[in-house]
Design a protein. Structure first.
Length: 398
């Protein structure tokens, strides 16, 4: 075989979204773009805020000397300082710029963190339903993913289940709020409960377990909801995030990680993480993007537009008999599959030109994911197809 057996096997296991994408392309060629309702990819179709283009033009017109050169592996001091100011405000505690590393997206940040902390065979708890890349990222660094379900009715943290899954080999827990794929936000009380459990274990046994808070959707919260900052709630926490979603810049690969200043090991962790960023071959986050996002820390795409799309879909699909937890943020809905087999359901949806990802793609069979980071016109045009699909699977359509 020309490639490693492990990679070949991982490709075949992880190809849900890609398979849906390919099927979408096929259907688009056959029926035309307008009659295909593609809810598969979390690739925002909005443009970055206008301030982004303004700053980009400004920088192109007045280039800084040496602005395309290598830099400190952690990133520009000015950018790290802007990020630290923003996080300090959100967390209500002083986060030094030294605790920030600019990274190639949240995906890059997750890999840097996992490389820095994992010894071979150590376990990382991931909470189903989860972003499927976690499993591969953990494997990249010799770790073992341990799947623990959130509450199946609310998708909120099940602290007892997490506590029961902790072993002597547990090194970290990855959480994601607002969540991909469920859209739920974890309230401060349950994050504090988690932090208290881990603190007790640390005090009793000296066993340090990190919480890696993956939060690229943190600025996309609805109904005046606010995503609690993890730093005051969980001492051993690391934030990984990016501007892929809040500034709609996924192709630019710009994000960061931040270590909780309350963590006694923060200094050693940062030293390791700067080294990992370098030797993973990222070297540093893209220079031009660092200059730009430094100026955009209080900006985001239009959250109200996402909320209108959520409201429309939740209202219409509930009226058709689909059951779902109303999302608090991000741009996903994770309804129950009306058929026992979510893969069968997704295949049936394709016949109605609706493209979805089965829950199995998120470690959660029995559900399906709708990404609604798309044009309102497409969402509205899709409703008759949803209605026909609901009728076909025997739902009580109002
Ligand atoms: C939960 C979650 N984490 C991480 C990522 C990776 O984002 P990035 O583009 O910043 O690498 C995504 C992207 O969809 C995501 O949904």
């Amino acid at each position: 075989m020309a490639i490693a057996m492990k990679i070949a096997s991982q490709i075949s296991k992880s190809s849900w979204i890609r398979r849906m994408f390919e099927e979408g392309e096929r259907l688009r060629q056959e029926f035309g773009n307008e009659s295909i309702y593609d809810f598969t990819l979390g690739n925002p179709d909005v443009e970055p805020p206008e301030s982004f283009s303004r700053e980009l033009l400004e920088l192109a017109r007045n280039p800084l000397p040496g602005m395309h050169r290598y830099m400190n592996n952690a990133g520009y001091a000015e950018t790290r300082s802007a990020v630290a100011t923003k996080i300090s405000k959100d967390a209500g505690l002083a986060v030094p710029a030294d605790n920030i590393i600019m990274t190639c997206g949240a995906g890059g940040a997750l890999n840097v963190v996992l490389k820095t902390i994992l010894n071979p065979g150590e376990e990382v708890i991931i909470l189903a339903p989860f972003f499927v890349e976690y499993k591969f990222y953990i494997d990249n660094h010799g770790g073992v993913p341990v799947e623990v379900w959130t509450n199946r009715d609310t998708f909120q943290l099940d602290i007892d289940a997490i506590e029961n899954a902790i072993t002597a080999k547990t090194r970290a827990i990855i959480i994601c709020s607002p969540n991909n794929p469920t859209g739920v936000i974890y309230p401060a009380e349950s994050l504090k409960q988690l932090g208290d459990v881990l603190k007790k274990i640390h005090e009793r046994t000296g066993h340090l377990i990190y919480v890696i808070s993956d939060e690229p959707y943190a600025r996309i919260a609805f109904d005046g909801n606010h995503v609690p900052n993890i730093f005051p709630l969980v001492e051993s926490s690391i934030i990984v995030t990016s501007h892929s979603k809040d500034l709609a810049l996924p192709g630019e690969r710009i994000g960061y990680l931040a270590a909780n200043p309350r963590m006694a090991t923060a200094g050693q962790f940062m030293e390791g993480a700067v080294f990992s960023n370098r030797v993973l071959g990222f070297v540093n986050a893209p220079a031009l993007m660092q200059r730009l996002v430094a100026k955009l820390q209080d900006e985001s795409v239009d959250i109200a537009a996402y909320q209108s799309k959520r409201d429309l879909l939740v209202r219409e699909l509930s009226g058709m008999g689909f059951e779902m937890v109303k999302p608090d943020g991000a741009f996903y809905i994770f309804p129950k599959s009306p058929l026992a087999d979510d893969v069968e359901f997704v295949k049936l949806a394709q016949k109605h030109h609706i493209l979805l990802v089965p829950g199995a793609g998120f470690g959660a069979p029995g559900f399906f994911r709708i990404a609604y980071c798309f044009d309102m016109g497409m969402i509205e045009r899709s409703l008759p197809a949803w209605r026909a699909l609901a009728k076909e699977v025997g739902l009580k359509v109002r």
